[in-house]
Design a binder for this molecule. Sequence first.
Ligand SMILES: NC(=O)C1=CN([C@@H]2O[C@H](COP(=O)(O)OP(=O)(O)OC[C@H]3O[C@@H](n4cnc5c(N)ncnc54)[C@H](O)[C@@H]3O)[C@@H](O)[C@H]2O)[C@@H](O)CC1
Ligand SMILES: [K+]
Length: 468
Amino acid sequence: MRTAYSVETVRAAERELMARLPEGTLMQRAAAGLAAVCVRLLPRVYGSRVVLLVGPGDNGGDTLYAGAKLARRGAGVTAVAMDPERVHAGGLAALRAAGGRLEAAVPGRADLVLDGLVGIGGRGALRPAAAALVERIPAGAVVVAVDLPSGVDADTGEVAGAAVAADVTVTFGAYKPGLLIDPGASRAGALHLVDIGLGEVLPAPEAEALQHAGVAGLLPEPTPSSDKYRRGVLGVVAGSARYPGAAVLAVAGALRGGAGAVRYVGPPAVADAVLARYPETLIGTGRVQAWVVGPGLGDEGGPEVREALAQPVPVLVDADGLRGLDPGELRARAAPTLLTPHAGEAAALLGVARETVEAGRLEAVRGLAERYGAVTLLKGSTTLIAPAGPGPVRVNPTGTPWLATAGSGDVLSGLAGSLLAAGLPAVDAGSVAAYLHGLAARLTGGPLLAHQVAEALPRAWREVARRH
Ligand SMILES: NC(=O)C1=CN([C@@H]2O[C@H](COP(=O)(O)OP(=O)(O)OC[C@H]3O[C@@H](n4cnc5c(N)ncnc54)[C@H](O)[C@@H]3O)[C@@H](O)[C@H]2O)[C@@H](O)CC1
Ligand SMILES: [K+]
């Protein structure tokens, strides 16, 4: 599990640790880790051209000390300050002593650029002096963000104006949520965590991302004593005369998600379409361990949605099922509810603009989970899963932009429903589903069709299970 901590938590941990260590120790650890990554990125340190973009705070200090280490190994290091009156004095002295220079303008060519403008002390959009330096980053240079790409909000991943687009981010002590959540995540490039000793003083994380090992541990593999009922029967209320395909795709995701059986409830013509593609499907109501309601219902299916929500089993509500949801009704449910909106649906549920959700995904998913008392999975460029109560938000690390295609959400809802029926808690069902779905899409490659993602799920499942 990759864990991420807010600025407030990181600062508190740093204070606690600094009180026990000689002054400057953490910055030296950070700079040493940063320089080590830079050395690995450069084909040859001696003779390479390194540019440091240096802000007024300790982020600039880390950068100057790391630059000094590179200069000592023979790199030509040029620092450019955002504000020449405010530069970390110790860092600048170290750089000069090692043969580096402070200059007024960003050189036109560089092999490596270190972005040390702002770190966790950054607030709001980059100021013009910083944005101007970002604009002058020479084309072709490898860009390393120090702690986080300047212009990305460390806590939320929001980008309010100009921001550095890094190839690599070297972050100190702990990952920050903004490095895992878009739009910030897509500016961070490959992530390197430098251990500065914070681990022992960090509390529970604010966000976390599953990795292969964690997913493997959650997959509901059948045992010799399993039968179809113990493996879980999922009921699917989906599809309509207008959107029959949504039912087929939700059932596809459910069957490929390992459900013991899938029961389809909907118009006879749609049931025929489902059976034609998946003769394994049971048709009509009956006992189930979980429901998926909503994909492709259009204006139909209201009563079935209510009926499912009235039952004491986990219910996943997606797409058209999300319209007109009553927070009171959901909060009163004893069994888990999992909501799976995309940004547009989340915006409608929250009564805000879609852009607001897209720019502030973490706040939106937390807000929905709290308002509806339901685990909420917000689909998008980084899918987020918020628990109904306190606890870390899960950030999905898999996926590809090709998943923005018709029907991919239907497959995801069937898959997550399948995992709910198998008995996974809703946060795990949502996050394991998002993980496998994103991995299946990557294995498929693009341009992809939603049904191909469903068909690639067994491969994704095996890839995760095989390695652990
Ligand atoms: N606190 C610690 O124990 C450690 C801190 N470290 C480094 O220190 C950084 C935090 O240092 P600071 O607290 O000095 O803060 P930063 O260096 O991140 O930034 C604060 C400075 O940037 C300016 N600033 C804020 N928002 C801005 C914006 N939007 N545009 C332009 N300038 C802006 C502020 O006026 C302030 O001068 C970390 O990110 C990390 O790189 C590391 O050395 C490890 C240890
Ligand atoms: K930075």
